[in-house]
Design a protein around this ligand. Structure first.
Ligand code: BYC
Length: 323
């Protein structure tokens, strides 16, 4: 008990001195669990997050926009893979994480349970959802777990491209015909509040924030990041002539931030519990893709086994390929 106590103290001091924790370092069991929980939820969000946009790849309005959207969706799949790999460094298997997702046991970001109704939603997702993700993920480049921090550096570079892709769509539509501008405004109206919910519950209601801040897993709290996002995004909306759907939104000279209206936390709770508009559809799509990919996994496993057997076989005149 005494040794555990001093190990915990040394661990905290090591983190306070801005060192990174690496996979083989000693760590409190709850630190390991928190990192695995957050990284696996993050990986699932990237993978499920491909679905709302994939819905529009075949209906993109031009070859250029189709290419860009394809590349973006592919990037999100890649982010999921880096993050599953980073989580695996802590002894959890990818199969287990994916199984938990497919069975509906694991969480992923609430935002991906909303439908994408038209092309303007591709703009709103890139601008607002990737914009919110960047605000959150830039701080994760300095998270205390080394493999997570390193994975985030590349992810953030790609997310910046995604945010610009979305804003460009919104900029074009807002400057287009009255119908196009109305579509852009409608998309902003529908995605604004769910984007604010992405940052998680208010600090006072967040069970994990205090410990995650102490362990420098999180560098900023949910409310700090939400405020940063609002402050950055409101002028971007104004610049392209769109209106943020919040009658309480007001610049506060004293705080130097925008004040904004109350978030509907009941809606957030329902979406996280599985009762959002698309939760069932998203899980069904991931399960279908997993089943349809079974033959690829089987083929890869069979190939790996064959390679292993070949490497283990003794070299002989009748089996020269084992060399
Ligand atoms: N949705 O104590 P809290 C992307 C859960 S994808 C669902 O504040 P924490 C993209 C939370 O998990 C990138 N659940 O927790 C992809 C916790 O539940 P458990 C997405 C949420 O972990 C495709 C409980 O509520 N980004 O960029 O300290 C296309 C209490 O919350 C949500 C990440 O995943 C939510 N929104 O802080 C486009 C970032 N919020 O596990 C774009 C990585 C909270 O205790 N994650 N919950 O049962 C994080 O930074 C943190 O986990 C959070 C929450 C800030 C999200």
């Amino acid at each position: 008990m005494g040794e555990e106590f001093s190990l915990e103290h040394r661990f905290q001091a090591y983190i306070d001195a801005e060192n990174k924790i690496e996979p083989k370092d000693w760590m409190p069991e709850n630190y390991r669990k928190t990192i695995v929980r957050q990284m696996s939820q993050h990986a699932h969000s990237e993978v499920v997050g491909m679905l709302p946009e994939a819905n529009w790849i075949t209906r993109a309005p031009s070859l250029r926009s189709k290419l860009i959207l394809l590349a973006k969706v592919q990037d999100e799949g890649g982010h999921g893979l880096y993050l599953y790999s980073a989580a695996e460094t802590l002894g959890v298997s990818r199969e287990q994480m994916i199984d938990d997702l497919l069975q509906g046991k694991a969480k992923y970001s609430s935002i991906f349970n909303y439908p994408t109704l038209n092309w303007a939603d591709m703009g709103a997702i890139g601008w607002l959802v990737d914009g919110a993700a960047i605000a959150n993920q830039v701080m994760l480049c300095r998270t205390s777990y080394g493999p997570y921090a390193r994975a985030m550096v590349r992810i953030c570079k790609e997310e910046s491209f995604h945010q610009r892709q979305g804003y460009e769509i919104m900029m074009h539509m807002a400057a287009g015909t009255p119908e196009q501008k109305a579509m852009a405004q409608d998309a902003l109206n529908r995605w604004w509040w769910p984007a604010l919910m992405m940052f998680g519950p208010a600090d006072a209601a967040s069970p994990n924030t205090a410990q995650s801040m102490a362990w420098k897993i999180k560098r900023k709290t949910n409310d700090e990041l939400r405020q940063e996002f609002v402050d950055k995004t409101v002028p971007q909306a104004t610049f392209i002539g769109l209106t943020v759907p919040d009658s309480h939104l007001k610049w506060n000279e004293v705080t130097g931030h925008y004040d904004f209206g109350p978030i509907d936390w009941e809606e957030f709770t329902q979406v996280v519990k599985g009762n959002g508009p698309c939760n069932k559809e998203r899980l069904a799509a991931r399960n279908k893709a997993h089943q349809e990919g079974q033959w690829v996994r089987d083929a890869a496993t069979a190939f790996a086994k064959k390679q292993q057997a070949r490497a283990a076989a003794p070299v002989s005149a009748t089996n020269p390929s084992a060399a």
